[in-house]
Design a protein around this ligand. Sequence first.
Ligand SMILES: NC(=O)C1=CN([C@@H]2O[C@H](COP(=O)(O)OP(=O)(O)OC[C@H]3O[C@@H](n4cnc5c(N)ncnc54)[C@H](O)[C@@H]3O)[C@@H](O)[C@H]2O)C=CC1
Ligand SMILES: O=c1[nH]c(=O)c2[nH+]cn([C@@H]3O[C@H](COP(=O)(O)O)[C@@H](O)[C@H]3O)c2[nH]1
Ligand SMILES: [K+]
Length: 504
Amino acid sequence: MAGIVSIFEEDGFSAERLFKQGYSYTYDDVIFLPHYIDFPTDAVKLATKLSRNVELSIPCVSSPMDTVTESSMATAMAAVGGIGIVHYNNTISQQTSFVRNVKSHKIPFSAELIFVAPSDSITSADEFATSPCIFVTETGTQKSKLLGVVSKSDWEAVRDKEARVSSYMTKSPVTLPSSYSFDDVAGYLAAKELNFVPLVSDDDDEIVNLVARSDIERIRGFPKMGLPSLGADGRFLVGAAVGTRESDKERLEHLVKAGINAVILDSSQGNSIYQLEMIKYVKQAYPNLDVIGGNVVTMSQAQNLIQAGVDGLRVGMGSGSICTTQEVCAVGRGQATAVYKVSSVAEKSGIPIIADGGISNSGHIVKALVLGASTVMMGSFLAGSSEAPGNYVNQGDVRVKKYRGMGSLEAMIKGSDQRYLGDTAKLKIAQGVVGAVADKGSIMKFIPYTMHAVKQGFQDLGASSIHSAHDLLRSGTLRLEVRTGAAQAEGGVHGLVSYEKKSF
Ligand SMILES: NC(=O)C1=CN([C@@H]2O[C@H](COP(=O)(O)OP(=O)(O)OC[C@H]3O[C@@H](n4cnc5c(N)ncnc54)[C@H](O)[C@@H]3O)[C@@H](O)[C@H]2O)C=CC1
Ligand SMILES: O=c1[nH]c(=O)c2[nH+]cn([C@@H]3O[C@H](COP(=O)(O)O)[C@@H](O)[C@H]3O)c2[nH]1
Ligand SMILES: [K+]
């Protein structure tokens, strides 16, 4: 191979040369030249690091946005081997309860837990829309003693819909410990011919999950993935975002108690005195917690945060699908260039980087990883999934979910305005939009398929791991080019009267 490489070394550009030319390139601008295949697709390993001490089996991270990551997303992301970062556009108690919820699960969930008090009545079938049953507890909240359960069929059989639930609930329902594995729970439901079973936490008997027979079939139907992301205590890994205000120190204290495995300091421009001070504070107060700084897009921004002690860096400014930062502030960078440049610095200090924003297909993930990232962070790619917060609505013929920027007016009004209205700033300027994305089903189905597509890309490049891709990048063995507009059009579907694009 060495001889062939030297004859053709002028074919294509090395990344070093290509990214030196003064252009801001994004993923679609560049294309990799194929190399040599000497292993099967399944031999490609995508195991990686989120940050210095957090290991994942796939390079996928869900973004800390209020239309992307709460408990359901973070649980499912960990179950498939990635990680979710819980957003902080909420109160401290809401954010920590999302984290605790992830920590108390062994099985990803789809049903909502609904609680009523014994004297309440259930007047509409709509109350069962998101769950096969409703729990009755002493005070009607999750944190109180379980008295009974009402299934949808129990309720349908009741004539007087105004009746108190205590008059017809099934008393003292069977529960299982939440430490039971998927197979244990599946075996129990089958043996007892039950339609669902609630799972209770080991320490305080609180109901934390509800597994229905349909969930068992659903989960069994998903493609097999590698190892889930588990901490040393056997619980799912989860991260959380916080800001850089004084009040975020209190938030962080609660998140650490709830068991987060990494914290992301969430700013659009991370190279600030506020973030540098926060990084130093976190490293001193919680030496065992990985702290991820950002966002950054330049080598010098990265160098500053590395010197302050970050364990990971988040890269991307204005590249997100809902971002308007480049339009509003004229600051940012094409995402391919940003990932390459920041990784060239971070790599020298052994700091993994997260390529954040602008991912809309598996090819973009290949590009981010091969250009130096260790993981990709996704918002719009995940926001249409069943695990994302919010309900689906119909927009014409399409089932959609809301997806919005954290710097959109709507999101700022909901909670992040403390960041904007604090101290001096009285005027709110949006740096993001509110939109909608199409229903994509469960991430537990489309992430495995996406990872398989990524492995095919790696195989074409002769890279059997993310580490070996980075070696090809740095040695100049990886060759790439910029695509003209016509080349980009040629690379997409073209010249057809109509077509259906079905990926798997
Ligand atoms: N990746 C991207 O391209 C972008 C992301 N976003 C997202 O929008 C959200 C908001 O981002 P930002 O506006 O950057 O939030 P931020 O909270 O970091 O900054 C908001 C404002 O508060 C100031 N600030 C922060 N800490 C301070 C302190 N301790 N004392 C005084 N002033 C302080 C900042 O300098 C800035 O002017 C985040 O979720 C972020 O990820 C927003 C724009 C671009
Ligand atoms: O300019 C911005 N204004 C916003 O309101 C905003 N909200 C999120 N983000 C960033 O976009 C990333 C998600 O991007 P994607 O949807 O392309 O995955 C996220 O991970 C963030 O980095 C924002 N950027
Ligand atoms: K954008």
